[in-house]
Design a protein around this ligand. Structure first.
Ligand SMILES: Nc1ncnc2c1ncn2[C@@H]1O[C@H](COP(=O)(O)OP(=O)(O)OP(=O)(O)O)[C@@H](O)[C@H]1O
Ligand SMILES: [Mg+2]
Length: 467
């Protein structure tokens, strides 16, 4: 039976073209014009792949993705994003989207993305039983990196561990390793044999926050047929990890403040105060000072939290670590997949180094996993990397050129365009996409260059006529 793809997009032209292109590749394709219609289809049968536009008429693609992931977690999801949707894309990846394709895309690219992502996901499934995915070690040893800034991070962790500090705030962009740090703080300390308990403040509705954290007594509300301890109680003598604390609502913030100050609480419907000994590690990718200035985050809570802080640098700020980590990840996944030999070429490393990595270490790790699973080669070259990653290297090289030689801008532009065209093997649609211009603008520019080089050769002819 052929693999099922569901395309959810409110633009009819997208539905028609994708249906045709995917069907030609042997997929069986369903389309839906709205989030609601898409979810109805999903209820009948879970598709193997869903392609979802981030901007739908009746709903946000993110909401659709969330529903989809909860109904059929096995479905591979690919988001269609528009230029400038970075925040939403990051959010989508966190919600479990497998990949995204940026508009304007060409159909070949989309078909390739569907095929490869599906294949990668099946390979991953097949390999699942091997190891526990932690890559060995649970404490500091998992925080890899040779950059000086990462050495500083590890030193700070080692200072905090024995300090008896009761609250620690970890700040960093998405995918920089905040949870790894929280776990290292726990597993390197003498709290290690006790529980490490995680509460994701953004995932839990505010109305349930209190009972989740503090527990409840029997009969407190309709569903409460049994008494239940909260996470704070479960974490006693261990570590309570409050993830995404920047997303906690006003009520949750107030409860947390009292709890942090007093380390005492009551179960919902309870009569007695309970006391626990927990180290609280809170993490966020938000700038809490800014959030506090704009009134979204309580100032008093912020001051309690930030007495001891760890700030994780973005991957861009870790000199040499892209190469170091990429090689480590390739080696890890290569071994896991049982492939005999696989190395990154210098050119591929150059591409990786010049890409911006908005998703930081997580994105790099996923990209290396993908390449190892999908490619059958000994040497990983730029063409094996996704177009997103490849696309950035020409640009930075052109920038280097401009800085060094002081070439006129037009010459740099022309050279850059030619290089991208080589990369796309002459495919103008893809080249225009990488360059961030329309295909027509690209064609106009190429015509202009042709015209200019025609004019200059005329000139040479002229001069050769001179005595
Ligand atoms: N320094 C590192 N060495 C090795 N792996 C790392 C490192 N930093 C992050 N990772 C890996 O990257 C992924 C994301 O890490 P983690 O979940 O800790 O990030 P995060 O900062 O909590 O992200 P988010 O804000 O999105 O929740 C994990 O697979 C983790 O193992
Ligand atoms: Mg996290």
């Amino acid at each position: 039976m052929s693999d099922q793809v569901l395309v959810i997009d409110d633009e009819e032209s997208v539905r028609i073209t994708l249906r045709r292109a995917l069907a030609e590749e042997g997929f069986s394709v369903e389309t839906a014009e709205s989030g609601r219609a898409g979810l109805r289809t999903v209820k009948q049968a879970a598709p193997d792949v869903a392609v979802v536009d981030l901007k739908l008429g009746d709903a946000s693609g993110l909401d659709v993705l969330r529903d989809l992931k909860s109904r059929c977690p096995e479905t591979v999801t690919i988001m269609i994003s528009a230029y400038g949707d970075v925040q939403d894309v990051v959010q989508a990846m966190k919600l479990g989207a497998d990949d995204y394709v940026q508009k304007p895309y060409d159909l070949d690219e989309m078909v390739r993305c569907v095929t490869q992502t599906l294949h990668a996901s099946r390979m991953r499934e097949a390999l699942q039983p091997v190891g526990d995915g932690t890559g060995g070690g649970i404490g500091l040893a998992r925080i890899l990196g040779e950059a000086d800034v990462m050495e500083d991070v590890r030193e700070t962790i080692l200072k905090i561990v024995p300090s008896g500090a009761r609250t620690v705030l970890v700040h960093g962009e998405t995918g920089t390793g905040k949870e790894l740090v929280a776990r290292a703080l726990h597993y390197e300390s003498d709290r290690a044999p006790q529980p490490f308990v995680k509460l994701n403040c953004s995932a839990i509705p505010e109305s349930l926050f209190e009972s989740e954290l503090f527990g409840h007594e029997r009969g407190t509300f309709t569903d409460a047929q049994e008494s239940r301890p909260g996470l704070a109680e479960i974490a006693d003598k261990g570590t309570l990890f409050l993830d995404e604390i920047g997303d906690a609502g006003a009520v949750a913030q107030a409860k947390l403040l009292t709890f942090i100050e007093e380390r005492r609480f009551r179960r919902l419907g309870g009569r007695e105060d309970l006391e626990v000994d927990v180290r609280i590690v809170a993490a966020t990718n938000k700038d809490l000072d800014l959030e506090s200035d704009s009134g979204n985050f309580r100032n008093d809570l912020l001051h309690r939290l930030k007495v001891i802080g760890i700030s994780l640098p973005s991957l861009r700020e870790r000199e040499g670590d892209v190469t170091f980590l990429a090689q480590r990840f390739v080696e890890e996944f290569r071994t896991q997949a049982g492939k005999p030999d696989m190395k990154l070429s210098d050119e591929a490393l150059e591409c990786l180094e010049s890409y911006g990595w908005p998703g930081n270490v997580r994105e790099l790790r996923n990209a290396m996993e993908r390449v190892v699973l999908l490619e059958d080669c000994d040497v990983i070259r730029p063409q094996h990397l996704s177009q997103k990653i490849r696309g950035s290297s020409g640009l930075s090289r052109a920038r280097g050129l401009m800085d060094k030689s002081g070439l006129p801008l037009a010459a740099v532009e022309r050279e850059h365009i030619q290089r991208i065209l080589e990369q796309t093997e002459g495919n103008r649609t893809r080249a225009a996409e990488i360059l961030g211009i329309t295909r027509q603008t690209l064609i106009n520019k190429l015509k202009m260059y042709e015209h200019l080089s025609g004019a200059s050769s005329d000139k040479e002819d002229d001069s050769s006529d001179e005595p």
